[in-house]
Design a protein around this ligand. Structure first.
Ligand SMILES: [Zn+2]
Length: 66
């Protein structure tokens, strides 16, 4: 009897993550996410907020982060 122990986890190909989200520049732990708030103006601005609850960093940006 042959016992095959496949080390699947070690052979997993490197998963390329598509970074849509923006890492918080303040705490470097959380990610910025759109709060749902839009500031209407000449150019619409989206209020994005860090998802790290202790950080509470807010950033007004031209784009929505997810
Ligand atoms: Zn943060």
């Amino acid at each position: 009897m042959k016992e095959v122990i496949a080390n699947v986890i070690a052979e997993m190909p490197e998963v390329k993550e598509i970074e849509k989200s923006c890492r918080c520049p303040k705490c470097n732990i959380g990610y910025l996410g759109w709060t749902g708030l839009v500031l209407k103006g000449e150019v619409d601005k989206y209020m994005n907020k860090c998802d790290n609850i202790v950080c509470d960093y807010k950033k007004l940006s031209n784009e929505k982060y997810s």
